[in-house]
Ligand binder design. Structure first.
Ligand SMILES: [Zn+2]
Length: 275
């Protein structure tokens, strides 16, 4: 192989892996849009292509590309010119950013996680593939799943749609299962304590969606990271207010933002507890 190509190969593969995760995230965001739109109406979320809610004409595949489709159409239906809510591309963009958070965590080899938890000396996708540490991959998957679930809860909160209890149980169960497999027995008391802390913190929260979302974060993170995440929430609310506008009490969107900060800055936030 040409020496230059050899030197570029690893960063190129890393960039491709990161792009893949971002596009996957945007696609998950797009799917959540479909669930949020059709779920409360009792329609199938898998059968049938997307249609314009105003004129019913099918959305062409190239107009359905996350974020870009909306931008190309300038937020209007191609057929009837009815406005399409900017919420759709915003949710897809949030999914894209969740993919980016997962890429940073994964490609840094756990460098954002507490020191000593995983071997942070090894970075890049080629190393991950050559020395696959399944506990680390599961930990990353669990964090990404939490962020996706918090996005889903944010949508339910915005629409004031009650989430059935079995959905919460299934989500918490999945997070606990992945977390147990990734963490090993020593982390589990922290996880149970996280769920308990979430219930205690949530008792003061009038917003039912945020109460449930706190339980998910508690199960996924354990109690100490949950407390730092909740401490970051007011800052997240200010940033969210500046970017997207909208006031009101603490919301699932703030928790989503704070949880993303927790995943990206875990190592440094963990130092608070080490003192
Ligand atoms: Zn239309």
């Amino acid at each position: 192989m040409h020496p230059l190509l050899e030197r570029l190969a690893v960063p190129l593969v890393d960039a491709a892996a990161a792009a893949f995760l971002c596009i996957l995230g945007a696609t998950v965001g797009s799917f959540l849009n479909v669930v949020a739109h059709r779920g409360p109406r009792g329609e199938s979320v898998v059968a049938g292509g997307s249609r314009c809610p105003a004129c019913g004409s099918p959305v062409r595949w190239h107009d359905n590309v996350p974020v870009l489709g909306w931008l190309v159409l300038r937020g209007r239906c191609r057929d009837c010119r009815a406005p399409i809510s900017p919420r759709y591309p915003l949710v897809e963009a949030a999914g894209f950013l969740i993919g980016a958070v997962a890429a940073v965590e994964l490609l840094s080899g756990g460098g954002t996680l507490p020191a000593g938890r995983f071997d942070a000396g090894r970075t890049g996708i080629d190393v991950l593939l050559a020395h696959a540490d399944w506990r680390f991959l599961l930990a990353c998957a669990g964090h990404a799943l939490l962020l996706v679930l918090l996005l889903a809860w944010s949508l339910a909160e915005a629409d004031r749609v009650r989430v059935p209890a079995w959905c919460l149980a299934a989500a918490a169960g999945a997070l606990a299962g992945i977390g147990c497999a990734a963490g090993g027995p020593t982390v589990e008391p922290g996880r149970a304590a996280g769920a308990t802390a979430a219930v205690i913190l949530g008792a003061a929260v009038p917003n039912r969606w945020l109460r449930q979302a706190l339980v998910l974060a508690g199960v996924a993170f354990g109690w100490q990271p949950l407390v730092t995440t909740v401490a970051v929430m007011p800052v997240a609310a200010v940033v969210r207010g500046m970017v997207a506008g909208g006031a009101g009490g603490p919301s699932c969107r703030d928790l989503l933002l704070a949880a993303a900060v927790q995943v990206l800055a875990w190592r440094w936030l963990d130092a608070v507890w080490a003192r």
